[in-house]
Write a protein that binds this ligand. Structure first.
Ligand code: TRP
Length: 444
């Protein structure tokens, strides 16, 4: 019994709002500002955006409610929370392995995430020192190429970012993150709005909006749908237990539904704003929207280099991107740290062990683009949806409905039924259909 009461048990966020900020801090990250705009570019715009929104609504939000519920009801790290709830429901405690697999997914994401966050840190330094302020568009493009060609430079910033992440996690989540996100998330939001404004004035805003919202479904292939679904998981930090781990600190017994809707809405709005800040500039500068991962690191510097106050805005923007990345990366290793802590490791040791592992993997993704791409593709498009599928099945089919109803705290029986329907049928079938399709076993 005494063991069951160590670590996360008893620790809670100060209020429901702190949970919202921490979860939003986890959700809003490179996925919104770096990845979403460039995959929208690669997969052709509007139809992709609509598919992504549908995935958020029908799969992402239901799974997120399930994750928060598991964390709060199990009051422990994802692995132990799931096996505890499984035993309670007279199911196999092997369900805890979903949480263990999540620890691995988190590490694998961190192995490329921290490299990209390192690029953002590098661009803070470049912006502050005016490195790209007098360059033309082409030079700025090759400037990014130079960073990618310099393993030493990437290693430096990747290491700095891993250290930053580890120091925050080692110091404990509740202390640091809550306060930090409280100030930083609104700042990020204001800064993005300023950039959208700049983009509306100086960019080809109409072309940008057309690109993001004109829907031409003929451009939507199976791969695009898989990527849209994978991104819905990635951007909401789902499928690996990050939100579950945070849910373990959720105070009180209030309804989870509205809380989750708030987080998902903030995350989605920020992703759309990031697109609206970038695409108009892409079109105004005759760049191609489908150019891939370099989108943020090329188009925005081009904009800043032409902009009065560009040094200041550039520095601010990349600082905020780095911070958004930090509040996300923390949640990538927190589940593993909480898990190890629960099984006898002290927190700093667990943190530096996991961060060190991710750091090593990051070195591999710096040196081999194939490793970088494989980690990104495998986690977002396979491991997270698979984790989400198992979580949906667990809560939808393994836990008894009255217990689930009680633990979610959802008052309206209509809302509860709708959520449970999505979780039991739509989310699993949707995920399976997309998987089969991407394996070529199902065509539409
Ligand atoms: N959601 C974050 C982003 O969009 C990334 C992230 C943080 C994440 N924690 C996660 C993704 C857990 C999947 C699972 O940048």
């Amino acid at each position: 019994m005494s063991k069951a009461l160590t670590a996360p048990e008893g620790v809670t966020w100060k209020s429901r709002w702190t949970f919202i900020l921490a979860a939003t801090g986890s959700a809003v990250g490179l996925g919104n500002i770096w990845k979403f705009p460039y995959i929208t570019g690669e997969y052709g715009g509007g139809a992709f955006v609509l598919t992504y929104l549908a995935c958020i609504l029908m799969i992402g939000i239901p799974v997120m409610i399930a994750e928060v519920m598991i964390g709060r009801a199990g009051r422990s790290n994802p692995a132990d929370a799931m096996s505890r709830l499984a035993k309670e429901s007279k199911r196999s405690s092997y369900w805890g392995l979903v949480g263990v697999a999540g620890v691995l997914s988190g590490l694998m994401i961190m192995m490329f995430y921290s490299v990209v966050a390192g690029w953002a840190l590098d661009y803070v330094a470049q912006s502050a020192s005016g490195a790209y302020s007098d360059l033309d568009a082409e030079q700025i493009e090759s400037n990014f190429g130079q960073l990618l060609a310099s393993n030493g430079q990437q290693l430096l910033w990747h290491s700095v970012f891993c250290l930053l992440t580890a120091s925050v996690v080692a110091a404990g989540v509740t202390k640091g993150i809550g306060k930090a996100v409280d100030i930083l998330m609104p700042m990020l939001f204001v800064c993005l709005l300023l950039l959208v404004g700049y983009s509306a004035i100086n960019g080809d805003f109409a072309a940008g909006l057309h690109f993001m919202f004109d829907t031409d479904f003929s451009r939507l292939n199976g791969e695009a749908i898989l990527v849209a679904m994978g991104h819905a998981f990635f951007t909401l930090s789902l499928g690996m237990g990050a939100i579950m781990a945070y849910g373990a600190y959720f105070p009180g017994h209030s309804s989870i539904g509205k809380t989750v809707l708030t987080i998902a809405a903030l995350d989605t709005v920020i992703a759309l704003l990031a697109g609206m800040a970038m695409f108009p500039l892409v079109f105004a500068n005759d760049l191609v929207p489908g150019q891939g991962p370099g989108l943020m690191f090329v188009t925005l510097p081009i904009a800043f280099s032409n902009m009065s106050g560009g040094l200041f805005f550039g520095t601010l923007f990349f600082t905020l991107v780095s911070i958004a990345a930090l509040s996300s990366s923390i949640s990538l290793i927190e589940p593993g740290v909480a898990w190890l802590e629960r099984h006898g490791f002290n927190r700093p040791l667990a943190t530096f062990g996991l961060a060190g592992t991710a750091w090593l993997g990051g070195i591999a993704s710096i040196h081999y683009e194939a490793v970088f791409n494989a980690l990104d593709y495998l986690t977002a498009n396979v491991m997270l949806p698979l984790g989400g599928l198992l979580i949906a099945i667990f809560v939808g089919w393994q836990m008894p409905a009255p217990r689930v109803l009680d633990e979610t705290g959802i008052v309206s029986s209509r809302v509860f039924s709708a959520w449970r329907f999505l979780l039991r049928y739509i989310a699993p079938l949707g995920i399976i259909a997309v998987f089969l399709h991407s394996l070529g076993l199902l065509t539409w």
